[in-house]
Design a protein. Structure first.
Lengths: 253, 125
């Protein structure tokens, strides 16, 4: 060192007098700067919304007709205080799992479902209990159910997995959640399209492949981004189902 | 090939070269440049992750030792001289990355309304 009298900071020795001011200033600026930076980052994030598992509702048990879109739905025919008859419930298993294997034998038949509801505004989904306690047949003839075509639409919005969006995760959408959403979709959780504005009264649409099959894997790359797309929309009970035309998927600027 | 595939491909190439460097350096190279490491093998697998990450630096240092160009007294000059610049570049760079990410992220296209392209056909049961 050229200047042997220059003040030199050593952590375990008293702070040299000439350095006290700058050290204090750096400490104050550093701590307040970090706090301010953290606050700014937090404020810049999107509001995750109020979606959540509604354990406070208790276990929900209702009866209805099982439909496969191919994602399992229940068209409720005998509801309860919270889930009314005429409502269409999307069904999911525990974690990132589908209940498709349990639903296939019951397609078009009356069934009783039981589980915990996830709810975000008008969007809800039922996470079923395991085995026949969660989904089992019921005696009786299934009523005929109407599917109402609503024509072909061009929409803008975001493809999400319905379970996280409904409240299993917060945030349950957006780029930060993309990997989780894709894992849910790979597991067979019903995907949901969030429209920028309501379509026939609903901003949430169950989204499927073009022929009523599962969402094509090519669409997974577009999950969590803001996209425009076209497809045929139909109403099943109070749930809209969008049959995606994959050729029309575009990321918005 | 989309952006994710390009990144993955780059990581695979980097990791593959790193694995080759680790295999050669840990079996032959280390013994040639560090006599203290001779006949000591248990610790070598612990170095594999580090070599995978910074294999170009490993090759460079290996080259200096092999060619006799290594000057131990000057070894720490570059990082020491870079402290001041790096001390500024790092926080500014982190802030710039975050601000850039926030500013170029997509905005929710709330102004785009749903558009019906064709009328419904018929009700099915």
């Amino acid at each position: 060192m050229s200047d042997k009298h220059a003040p030199f900071f050593v952590g375990y020795l008293p702070v040299p007098g000439p350095l006290r001011g700058i050290l204090l200033a750096v400490c104050v600026l550093f701590i307040s700067g970090l706090a301010g930076f953290g606050l700014a980052l937090g404020v810049a994030q999107d509001d995750p919304g109020d979606g959540a598992f509604r354990f406070d509702y208790g276990r929900q048990t209702v009866t209805g007709v099982v439909e496969l879109t191919p994602y399992p739905l229940l068209r409720v025919t005998e509801g309860n205080d919270r889930i009314k008859a005429g409502h269409t419930l999307m069904l999911a298993g525990q974690g990132k799992n589908s209940v498709e294997n349990r639903a296939i034998p019951l397609e078009g038949k009356l069934a009783k479902v039981s589980g915990v509801i996830l709810q975000r505004g008008d969007l809800d989904m039922l996470q079923l209990r395991g085995g026949r306690n969660g989904l089992g047949p019921v005696e009786g003839a299934a009523p005929e159910l109407v599917t109402e075509p609503l024509g072909r639409w061009k929409l803008a919005g975001e493809i999400c997995d319905g379970k996280c969006l409904a409240g299993a995760m917060r945030p349950g959408r957006g780029l930060a959640h993309k990997a989780c959403a894709n894992l849910c979709l790979i597991g067979g959780v019903p995907p949901v399209f969030v429209s920028t504005q309501p379509v026939e009264g609903s901003e949430f649409l169950l989204i499927t492949g073009p022929d009523g099959g599962p969402l094509p894997q090519g669409a997974y790359d577009y999950v969590a981004q803001f996209v425009s797309l076209e497809g045929d929309v139909e109403r099943r009970g109070d749930l809209l189902v969008l049959r995606l035309d994959p050729e029309t998927l575009e990321v918005l600027e | 090939m989309n952006q994710a595939e390009i990144i993955l491909m780059g990581l695979r190439i980097w990791g593959t070269i790193g694995a080759l460097v680790a295999a050669v350096f840990l079996t032959f190279g280390m013994d040639r440049i560090d006599e203290d490491a001779q006949d000591a093998y248990i610790f070598r697998p612990l170095l594999i992750p580090g070599i995978l990450a910074i294999w170009p630096l490993v090759l460079w240092r290996w080259y200096l030792y092999e060619t006799g160009r290594e000057v131990w007294a000057r070894r720490y000059d570059p990082p020491r001289k870079a402290h001041f610049a790096v001390g500024w570049i790092l926080p500014i760079g982190i802030c710039a990355i975050i601000v850039t990410g926030l500013s170029i992220r997509q905005q929710w296209p709330a102004e785009i309304a749903p558009e019906r392209l064709s009328a419904p056909t018929e009700v099915s049961q």
